[in-house]
Structures are given as C-alpha cells and as structure tokens.
Design a protein around this ligand. Structure first.
Ligand code: DGT
Ligand code: CA
Ligand code: CA
Ligand code: ZN
Length: 604
C-alpha cells in the first residue's frame, strides 16, 4: 500500500506549505486530517478510487477524491504544486531538519529573510544570526548539530526503503529466463541500518545480459541509466538511489558474492589470509598458481582459507575473522584457546557452525500500540494479527500519561484498558496476551506511573520519549535509574535516536549495560527501521555482557509487525544468538525471570 503512504505524504507536505503561507488554520488542520485518514485506509487507495469507493470512506470528500485521481493519473497534484510554488524551495527544505518546524521556518523566512539551508547554515556557523524571538544560542546550536548530522546521514538511505526496493529488482531479474541466482550484496546484505547504494549480483551466462538489461531499465522504479555494459548495469531510481547490477557466471558466483558483500575491511583481511597461503583472492575466485581452487560458493572460499562461514551481518572486521578461524579449528576436532579479548565472552562455547538468529526463532512481540493511545488498530485486530503470525505471546503496551500528543493513558483509562485487553484475550485461544504499558522514563529517570500501578501490569516497557538532548551524564543516570526498577521488564528504544534524523540520548552505554546486568532488565532492539535502537554496536555490548535483548516492532498497526526483520538483522550484526534474545524463549521462562526480579530474588 505504498501509494497510500505517498499520497498521505503529499497532503502532509501541502499542509506544511499552507501553514508557512499562513492559510486559514482550519484548512491546514483539515489537510493534515485527510493525510492521516489516507495513511490509515485499510485498502489500497488506487483500488478504492478505481472502484469508485473512495468517496464513501469516512472523512474523504469530493475535493480529496479529485486530487487523488489527478495524482494517480499524472503523478502530481496541481493545486498543491501551485501552493508550493509560493514558498522558496529552501524554506521547504529547512522543514526536513529536526528541530525546525513550520513556526521556526516561517520566522527564518519572514523575519530574517533566510530562504536557503545554506544561508541558514552560514549564519549559524559564523554566529551572524539576526535576533529572533525564541531563537537563543541553545536553539541555534541544536539546529546546527542536527544539520550536520543530517548532512552526514543524508547521503545514505535507510534500510526500510532500500530492502523492499532491492527485493523488487531482484524479483524482476529473477523472472528473466536463464537467470539462475540473484542476490543483493554490499551493506544491504550485511544488514546495515542505512546504505550508500544497492549492489545486486546476478548469476547468468553472457548471452542473457540484454534481457537482464531490458528488465532493469523497464522496471517502474528506474529513472535514469548510468551505464549498461557487458557485465555491469547501473541505474538511478526515482528515489535517487543508485543500483549496481553485476552479472557473473556460475564458477565465479561465490567469489563475487563474497567480494561484493564486503565489508571492504573484512575483504582486506581475507586477501591477506590468501596471500599468507600463497594464494590470490579476488572477485573471480581463489587462485593458486593460476588455477582456481575455490569460488563457486562462499563456503568453499572460507574453508580454503581455514575459516568457518559466518553470516554477512558479522563481516565488519570486528573480530569475526579470528572467530571464524577458531570455529574452523574447533570443527575439525582441535581444542581451541581464545586469546582475543573480543571473543572472551564466547570462550567456553566456540561453536563449529554459527547458529544464525532467524526470524522464525521469535515467539512473540512485546511492544505494541492500539487505538487506546496512538496506534491505528483495535486490541482485537492486533491480537488476531499476532496470532496469525504464529506468535505464542503478545504484549499490548500503549503510552503512559505524559505522552499527551500520543494520547497517553491516565491511570483511570489504563485500568479500563487492562480490563479491555483481558476481555479480548479471553476470546482468543492459543496465544498469551499481556496487558502492558510503554511507560515513559521521565527526564530524571523516574517512571510515569507509580509502582502500585506498574504492579498490575503483565508487562512493562519503559522508554525515553522526551528530553532527548540532555547531557550525557544526565542521560546515563536517567537510564540507570529506570533499569534499576524491578517492575520494568525491558527498556524500550533506550536512546530515542532516529536513524539519520536525531541523535537521541548519548549515555555511557557501558554503564547502562552494567546496570541492566545487575537488575536483569532486558534491553530492546526496537525494530522500526527509523529507530533501530539499540543500534548494532550497543546491542553487541549487551550480548558481550550477557544482558538479554528483546526484539520488538513497536507496531502501531498490523503491517508494522513486518518490521521484525530489521531488528533481526541488527541483532545478527550484534552477534546475538537466540539465547541472547528473550522473545525467542518460551513465555514460562520469561515469566519466571520476571517473577524472580519482582520478588527481589534475581541473581546476575
Ligand atoms: P555502502 O554502499 O556505502 O553502504 O557500502 P558497501 O559496503 O555496500 O560498499 P560499496 O557499495 O562501495 O561496495 C560493495 C562491496 O564491494 C564492499 O562492501 C566491498 C566490495 N568492494 C568494493 N570496492 C572495494 C575495494 O576497493 N576493495 C575491496 N576489498 N572491496 C571492495
Ligand atoms: Ca553498496
Ligand atoms: Ca556499489
Ligand atoms: Zn516508544
């Protein structure tokens, strides 16, 4: 239903423009409301429009239907474009900077005459910002930091956009006759939170290249051809992302897969290992005296270099080369001794084959929202969806009272909500439904509900949402205090960062993890592609310290439960095995841990 999302986005942007132009505030609100309605439509908007049912949807009038029809026909909405034409492009671009809202952008434009992001930056850097109300040094510094952060991140695209796009191209190429294998590689195959471009490897004979080229160039997401040669095709997508396709023959498939998966740092180590053995490794294969000794698959290359195969997510030269060597020796019956400090925590359990964490290992999702706070689906619908996915347990954790903009629940509403969840749960068999809460961790680390309220919940996620730019030491103390409450089961999105958009809390993560180890609280990997929080390296620290992770989607609607995959990829990058992730455990095991913590009998 991506068209729904695209169109909702256009309405939202139009509302921003109207606000900047100081249009009637009812019109602005009305447009935002339509955006929200479109986003929440339960069906594909194109189908609704084609069948003439769009106008019957509540909250959608004739004007909206006309705009949607125009968009579906032409790809744009002329009324919105005319409006946008009255605002300098640079002012609209400023809105993308977090901490620059419509009000600030309007002020910069009308009161200071600043109309480009570059001008704004120059003023901030050179300290020549004209005096504006509510625009003190603190605010200026924040905007400047966010701008710099975005510039870095802006060159990359989030995995939530890149992965579906890569899969769509892979599917299109896979349909070409004579193509035996297709796989995206690069940072995407390594599961990184953002990618610079997409690299796709195609296994086929040379005579298939014209047909593959045709499939790529005619794909609906292709905007521009950057190059189309004998073995390589490069295009730019409509979203501005570069996709490189390389066509290789069967005997070289594994070598190319290994090479283009990277990382560069990992590859350098492999090449060194080859040289040490008098061999040569490149994207074509592993060679000894001009003869190919390996390369049809990845495993053969690693084995020839006396290493075990490891999943792509671990290939960052962060100790996995040393691990792969130990695993290889262990697999051949040798007794191995760990000397690398990065592997110490694995000392007694170096496996012969790495047990890659799988999405099928997940038994339940322990952070979700319903219409009681800011979710878009009912309790019944969310439970039904969790059950449909085969989950054994599922926690409903709506927002607590301080989250006013998210319609957070005051205690009386929470009590009603618990009852409603229990009633809904009683109607459904075969899944354990937990009446929980996502309780705010306030700026000082105290929680948004008192303990006697938390005690009545089956599951408590505690998360920071506000005061996310506080000093590092304050953030550390805040998270440690929350982690210390035995009624908290998991710290949700511990830093509150947004991938490429907001830095979030920057605590001393080692100290926070040590506190979690003492109290037994789990740390979340929030799977939303815009959050991925904990991020890979921090999750890795948790794994090393033996602190369990909990991979949750934070679903606000049914489809969001699909996002579990991004959390899994991040967990693999953190070297997590299923035992490190509590929601791969049976519910009884989680419950026992919870009971021992609540009764003060938990031991590290
Ligand atoms: P990205 O696209 O910035 O998110 O990161 P990658 O890792 O996808 O990098 P990319 O697209 O430049 O290249 C894909 C892979 O190809 C990379 O991970 C390793 C391999 N590769 C590319 N260029 C080199 C190179 O000069 N040396 C080595 N050893 N490997 C390379
Ligand atoms: Ca790449
Ligand atoms: Ca590339
Ligand atoms: Zn949250």
């Amino acid at each position: 239903m991506s068209k729904n999302q695209d169109i909702a986005e256009l309405f939202n942007r139009a509302a921003d423009v109207m606000a900047l132009l100081e249009e009637n505030s009812f019109r602005v609100l009305g447009t935002r409301k339509v955006a929200r309605i479109i986003e929440d439509l339960p069906e594909d908007i194109k189908t609704l429009q084609e069948q003439g049912r769009l106008e019957q949807m509540p909250g959608i009038g004739k004007g909206t239907v006309d705009k949607v029809s125009e968009y579906l026909r032409t790809g744009h909405i002329s009324e919105f474009e005319e409006l946008a034409g009255r605002v300098p492009t640079g002012v609209l671009e400023m809105l993308a900077i977090s901490s620059v809202g419509v009000k600030t952008a309007h002020q910069l434009w009308k009161e200071a005459g600043i109309t480009t992001v570059a001008e704004l930056k120059k003023h901030l850097v050179e300290g020549t910002m004209p005096k504006l109300k509510g625009f003190g040094e603190k605010k200026q510094l924040k905007i400047r930091q966010n701008m710099e952060f975005m510039e870095e991140a802006g060159k990359r695209i989030g995995i939530g956009w890149a992965l579906p796009l890569a899969e769509a191209y892979c599917d299109a190429v896979r349909k070409v006759k004579g193509v035996s294998q297709v796989q995206y590689c690069g940072s995407l195959r390594r599961g990184k939170e953002s990618v610079g471009d997409i690299d796709i490897l195609v296994c086929a004979e040379a005579e298939m290249v014209p047909a593959i080229t045709a499939a790529v160039l005619s794909h609906q997401d292709t905007q521009q051809t950057l190059g189309a040669g004998e073995t390589k095709i490069s295009i730019r997508t409509r979203t501005g992302l570069q996709v490189d396709f390389r066509i290789v023959a069967k005997p070289n498939w594994g070598a190319a897969l290994q090479y283009f998966t990277g990382s560069r740092e990992h590859n350098v180590r492999l090449r060194e290992a080859a040289v040490k053995r008098g061999m040569k490794l490149n994207e074509w294969g592993l060679f000894k005296d001009q003869t190919q000794v390996a390369g049809e698959n990845e495993e053969s290359i690693y084995a020839a270099l006396e290493m075990a195969w490891l999943p792509p997510e671990m290939r960052e030269d962060r100790g996995e080369i040393e691990l792969a060597q130990l695993m290889y020796q262990h697999g051949r019956g040798a007794s191995v001794k760990v000397t690398d400090s990065r592997l110490e925590y694995l000392s007694r359990k170096i496996p012969a084959v790495w047990p890659v964490l799988q999405i099928s290992d997940i038994r339940g999702d322990l952070h979700s929202h319903t219409t009681a706070s800011d979710g878009h689906c009912s309790i019944d619908d969310m439970i039904a969806e969790a059950k449909r996915r085969g989950y054994e347990y599922f926690a409903i954790t709506d927002h607590s009272k301080s989250q006013v903009q998210a319609n957070g629940l005051r205690v009386d509403r929470l009590m009603e909500h618990i009852k409603a969840i229990r009633a809904a749960a009683a109607k459904v068999k075969g899944i354990t439904v937990l009446a929980g809460s996502e309780v705010d961790i306030l700026a000082d680390g105290s929680l948004d509900y008192p303990d006697d309220v938390l005690q009545q919940l089956d599951w408590v996620v505690a998360s920071p949402h506000a005061a996310l730019s506080q000093e590092s030491e304050v953030a550390t103390a805040r998270l440690i205090r929350a982690a210390g409450n035995p009624l908290v089961d998991v710290i949700g999105h511990p830093t509150g960062r947004l991938v490429g958009g907001r830095r979030g809390l920057e605590p001393d993560m080692k100290a926070v993890i040590m506190a979690a180890a003492r109290s037994g609280v789990a740390l979340e990997i929030n799977s939303h592609d815009l959050r991925l929080d904990l991020r890979d390296i921090h999750a890795r620290m948790a794994v090393e310290a033996g602190v369990p992770l909990c991979i949750n989607t934070d679903a606000h609607q049914r489809e969001d439960m699909d996002k579990m995959v991004y959390g899994i990829l991040t967990a693999r990058r953190a070297w997590a095995q299923s035992g490190n992730v509590i929601n791969t455990w049976p519910w009884d095991m989680i419950r026992r841990r919870q009971e021992s913590r609540r009764s003060g009998n938990f031991e590290e």
